[in-house]
Design a protein around this ligand. Structure first.
Ligand SMILES: Cc1ncc(C[n+]2csc(CCOP(=O)(O)OP(=O)(O)O)c2C)c(N)n1
Ligand SMILES: [Mg+2]
Length: 370
């Protein structure tokens, strides 16, 4: 089994049809990964300037996972996004100015200044606010998936979590319940080799993907630094869930290229390990692949990078100009005082068209002509 061959571990699942991603989609995949990297670099520099209260966390090296996975969903699907998955927020339509403003605790942040971190979800875009206790978002995703199943909707819930989360009891309950109920849920596991300073070999004796069978669901293992491999595996899992086939655990092998947070110098990570993964950088390797395999010109790739840099710089100016929140609003929105459905957002990714489906909601996506 090779790490990049999702179809090998997915058994009978659909291998990635290369035509499934258009040229425009491929440019978007690169754009979103670059946007995540650039926005996080900018946030880190704001943190170092003392403009971010508290601490700072990023997903450097893991951009292919959140972008590839979120790209495989359609607008009416639902997401539980965690602390290394900024790319998924961007794919759903959160903009870097709102992300940067959030980290600085400003009024225009996604939480309006209530959280100075990544513990947010943009409800309007179908994303649930992050639950910090790990991996409780898996239980939230199960709840949404159960509701979708009970209503007969062809929709899917997806949640991310790190490999450290798989050692917590809640994780076992989530897997078991999803398996028993055949829930339309996709579990995306980011194995970035560490939970804080604890390495894989001290985390588990059996890799989590090998446990999937014990819960009665398929496990897929993919190269988490290959955005198309992640897309392929998650797309197959999403289609399976949508058709009533139940949950899938997709383990993405990757590396956390920064410390747990900006306060962590990760002196415990062997230099050779970092060097090995640095050579497999998801953004650089995808840019090279676009040139070699998909007939992109150097200038096109450079233009994407330059456009993203300029856009993130503009967004940073807007975030810095955002005022501090009005203290009178501190207690508003803390508890729900009315029922509000999650929105479907205006997910701006190309290629995936929302079907004009009759009730019950059938969210199967159809390809637009390339
Ligand atoms: C139940 C619980 N215990 C401890 C923490 C503190 N904590 C936050 S992130 C983290 C490490 C999680 O590691 P992993 O799941 O591998 O995710 P990664 O940070 O590597 O992406 C811990 C222990 C928490 N959020 N929830
Ligand atoms: Mg981890």
């Amino acid at each position: 089994m090779t790490l990049s061959d999702a179809s090998a571990v997915m058994g009978a699942a659909v291998p990635l049809d290369p035509a499934l991603l258009t040229r425009a989609d491929r440019a978007e995949l690169l754009r979103y990964m670059t946007m995540m990297r650039t926005a996080e670099e900018r946030a880190l520099s704001l943190y170092k300037q003392g403009k971010v209260p508290g601490s700072f966390y990023d997903g450097r090296g893991q951009e292919a996972i959140s972008v590839g996975a979120a790209f495989a969903l359609s607008p009416r699907d639902r997401l539980c996004i965690l602390h290394r998955d900024l790319g998924a927020h961007f794919v759903r339509g959160v903009t870097p100015d709102r992300y940067l403003a959030n980290y600085m605790g400003r009024a225009d942040g996604v939480t309006g200044g209530k959280d100075g971190n990544l513990h947010f979800g943009d409800r309007a875009r179908g994303c649930v606010g992050m639950v910090s206790m790990l991996p409780d978002m898996a239980l939230v995703a199960n709840g949404m998936a159960l509701a979708m199943k009970m209503r007969g909707e062809a929709r899917v819930a997806l949640t991310f979590f790190g490999e450290g989360s798989t050692a917590n009891g809640q994780w076992h309950e989530a897997m078991n319940f999803a398996g028993v109920q055949r829930l339309p849920v996709v579990f995306v596991l980011e194995n970035n080799r560490f939970a804080y300073s604890t390495p894989n070999e001290l985390e588990f004796a059996a890799d989590p993907v090998e446990r999937a069978e014990g819960y009665g669901l398929p496990g897929a293992e993919v190269d988490g630094n290959d955005v198309e491999a992640v897309f392929a595996a998650v797309h197959a899992a999403v289609e399976r869930a949508r058709e009533g086939g139940g949950p899938t655990l997709v383990e993405c092998q990757t590396m956390r290229m920064h410390g747990h947070g900006a306060h962590d110098d990760m002196g415990y990570v062997p230099a050779e390990l970092l060097a090995k993964w640095e050579a497999r950088d998801p953004i650089q390797s995808y840019a090279a692949r676009l040139l070699e395999e998909f007939d992109f010109a150097d200038e096109e790739v450079e233009r994407i990078t330059e456009e993203v840099r300029a856009y993130v710089a503009e967004c940073a100016e807007r975030a810095l100009a955002s005022p501090m929140p009005d203290p009178a609003l501190a207690r508003e929105g803390v508890f729900a005082d009315r029922w509000e459905p999650l929105g479907d957002g205006a997910a701006p990714w190309s290629g995936w068209a929302e079907p004009t489906a009759p009730q019950p909601i059938d969210n199967r996506v159809e390809r637009r002509a390339a």
